[in-house]
Design a protein around this ligand. Sequence first.
Ligand code: FNR
Length: 351
Amino acid sequence: MISDRKLEHLLLCTHSDVEYHKKTGFKDVELVHKALPEVNQEEIDLSTSLLGKELDAPLIITAITGGHPASEIVNQKLARAAGKLNIGLGLGSQRAAVENPELESTYTIARQEAPEALIIGNIGAPQMELSSRAAEMMDLDALAIHLNPLQEAIQPEGDVDSRGYLENIQETVKNTSIPVIAKETGAGISGNDAQLLETAGIKAIDVAGAGGTSWAAVETHRSQDKSMGELYWDWGITTAASTVEVSQSVEIPVISSGGIRNGLEAVKALALGADVVGMALPVLKASYQGEEILQDFFHNFINQMKVAMFLVGASNLEELQNTDLVIQGKTREWLQERGYDTKIYARRSSL
Ligand code: FNR
């Protein structure tokens, strides 16, 4: 049953409208143009590291799939791309294979195809008791616990008793041999929640904010009664706002994701304070078009990032985190109401 649901998710996400109607907020973020960039665009260095692994670019394919025979080929293609580009790869929830070991190969294929890449395992918060088995299933660099209260609330079979999760996270961190990441699935993480997660021992946070794939939307397509999913389609903290909230609230690495669709948005997310950027849906769609198109997607994306970095005079990611930007519109309103400082970005290069 879980396995069938995995296939349904893959098909729905590639063929139906599953994205937020409200935006990520990155349109409210303007990088300050430099007429004198003093940088050679061809020498821009995007390399970084996350949880002890070097990455050639600050990119992660965030959790998508595994657990259905059809997902093996998807993970194979994603892993080949991640390996060639030396970027990170997140696997989909491993619950299906913990419960049915015959499905393990749909995940382990990723390590076979990308022996050196940063590979992140995945388990849902409602199934946290399966964490150590997920972590031991294969050679993983980290395990992500996904938080998906929106999806649980909308889906008919959802688990809506979330009492004790924070305590369970603390226990899981203690009992897991690899670093544990917390990730949302598209509704964002607030600064307050991020602080609780950091205190519980989480080693990195993926904000997975609102503006991209909406799990209320996915569940709307799956339900007979569409009214609940339609009502909550746009629920969540936008990715731009969540990126600021979380990166101003914790010291651990921050992954910005949720609706990031081009290299300019990625650069904005990094300039706002993220350490790495993640994407799921556009990568899945490109993978269905073939491995060459998938690689072109990333090459193009990286080139787009380099143009933005050139235009703000940032020759590496550290310089990018000191670049000037202005936060306007709804994102500024949100952040100011929430007590976050939006001005610190505006003239920081001259400080
Ligand atoms: C996902 N996502 C997801 N996340 C997770 O933690 N475990 C999972 O098993 C899945 N499964 C999954 C399947 C499919 C088909 C998609 C498109 C996505 C969520 C994903 O990692 C990401 O957080 C959101 O999709 C938001 O990013 P994008 O898609 O807007 O770039």
